[in-house]
Write a protein that binds this ligand. Structure first.
Ligand code: CMP
Length: 138
């Protein structure tokens, strides 16, 4: 359980044709998908997913952006998954992300930043459960 994280490939990256390249990077870096789906968030669902950011000034825009097109949602397995995945994706703001990270390679802005990665084991569990039922994960 603690060796799992949750990710989304966000609408910007899917729309820009980076879905395959990002999945390739994730898998090449040793993450094994245990659940994977191509889906989308309605504004209501995006609002629920990002509820912790409700009071932030960027919340309304974030909800609008995250429901603007299809996404890929996945639960990934690797030792120390949460921290390892955050290293692979780089800083939230792509202009501050290290060279070779997924956000440095594929993200356009702090909002349209190509991928999500859970920030804790607890949130990885909550976020994975938001998208996947028990029989949808290996
Ligand atoms: P994510 O890791 O999915 O979690 C919260 C998201 O809010 C974050 O990625 C960004 O897409 C977005 N976000 C965080 N900070 C800002 C900001 N200052 N302005 C706009 N969007 C932000």
């Amino acid at each position: 359980k603690t060796n799992r994280t949750f990710t989304m490939i966000k609408p910007d990256a899917v729309a820009n044709g980076h879905m395959g390249a990002i999945l390739d990077q994730i898998i090449k870096n040793g993450f094994t998908p245990v659940a994977l789906k191509y889906t989308y968030l309605t504004p209501e669902l995006a609002g629920k997913f990002y509820e912790v950011h409700k009071e932030r000034p960027f919340y309304a825009d974030l909800v609008k952006f995250m429901s603007s097109g299809p996404i890929v949602a996945a639960i990934l397995e690797k030792e120390n998954a949460v921290a390892e995945f955050r290293t692979l994706i780089g800083a939230t703001d792509p202009s501050k992300a290290e060279a070779g990270t997924i956000r440095q390679l594929f993200a356009k802005s702090i909002e349209a930043n190509a991928v999500h990665g859970s920030d804790s084991d607890e949130n990885a569990e909550i976020e994975g459960n938001f998208f996947f039922s028990a029989f949808e994960r290996f």
